[in-house]
Design a binder for this molecule. Structure first.
Ligand SMILES: [Zn+2]
Ligand SMILES: [Zn+2]
Length: 218
C-alpha cells in the first residue's frame, strides 16, 4: 500500500504514488499564464507584457501549482522540515511537465552556498532534480555553484533582492549541454532563477527553461 506523503491516506486509487486524490485537488494552476515567466494572466496570451518588453534569460517556466496555502507549507516542509521524502512527491508531479524533453536537455538544480548546505544537510533543489532524473531520461548536471553567501531572499525587500543574488553563481566546470532545465522548489520574485539563467547563458547555454514546483503567480 502506498501512502500520501501529505495526509498519510493511501494512494491506491490515484495515478500518483506519493500523493492522494484529495491532496492533489489542493493544487491550483492559473487558467491563463505567461509561458515564459509563468505569471498569471487575465486573458489567454502566450507572453506577458513585461516579458515582451524585457525578456528574461529563460524561454519557458513550468510549474505544478501556484504558491499559496497550503502548498507553501509543503514547500517549507521540504526546505526547513528535514522531510527530504517530499522531493519525491514534487518530482512525481513536476516530471510530467517536461515529459517531452529529451537529450540534449539536462537538469541543473539551483545550488545552495556550501555553508547553507552544511547547515541544512541537503539542497532541496538538488533532491528534486535527482528524483526527476530518475523518473525521466534527463541527466543531472551540478556544475553550477553558488559562490556568494546570500541572505534568504524572503527576508529582503523587493529592491534588495536583485542586488543580493547579483554575481552569486558561477560554473565550476563547463556545462555538459547547452540546453538547460533549471530546477528549484519555488519561484517567488524570480530573481534567483534569473541570475542563475544569466550565468548559464553567459557560459554558453543556448536555451534555459525553468521548472519549479510552485510559483507565486500574481
Ligand atoms: Zn493526501
Ligand atoms: Zn511573462
Amino acid at each position: 500500500m502506498k501512502l500520501c506523503l501529505i495526509c498519510k491516506n493511501n494512494t491506491n486509487d490515484c495515478d500518483y504514488n506519493s500523493i492522494c486524490k484529495g491532496c492533489l485537488s489542493l493544487l491550483s494552476h492559473p487558467r491563463f499564464s505567461c509561458q515564459q515567466c509563468g505569471v498569471e494572466l487575465e486573458h489567454q496570451q502566450n507572453i506577458c507584457g513585461s516579458c515582451l518588453t524585457l525578456p528574461p534569460p529563460f524561454s519557458f517556466t513550468y510549474y505544478v501549482s501556484s504558491y499559496q496555502a497550503p502548498i507553501d507549507k509543503w514547500v517549507m516542509e521540504l526546505k526547513f522540515g528535514k522531510n527530504v521524502l517530499m522531493s519525491r512527491l514534487f518530482a512525481e508531479l513536476m516530471s510530467p511537465l517536461v515529459k517531452n524533453a529529451q537529450e540534449p536537455m539536462i537538469l541543473v538544480p539551483v545550488p545552495l552556498h556550501k555553508s547553507r548546505l552544511r547547515k541544512r544537510g541537503y539542497n532541496q533543489a538538488y533532491e528534486i532534480a535527482k528524483e526527476i532524473a530518475k523518473l525521466s531520461k534527463l541527466k543531472l548536471d551540478t556544475s553550477l555553484k553558488r559562490i556568494k553567501k546570500t541572505e534568504m531572499q524572503a527576508q529582503l525587500k523587493f529592491k534588495e533582492r536583485t542586488k543580493n543574488v547579483k554575481g552569486a553563481f558561477q560554473l565550476k566546470q563547463p556545462l555538459s549541454s547547452k540546453h538547460i532545465i533549471l530546477v528549484d522548489d519555488v519561484m517567488t520574485t524570480g530573481n534567483t532563477l534569473k541570475e542563475c539563467a544569466k550565468t548559464l547563458v553567459k557560459a554558453g547555454a543556448q536555451e534555459v527553461q525553468i521548472l519549479v514546483f510552485a510559483r507565486k503567480s500574481l
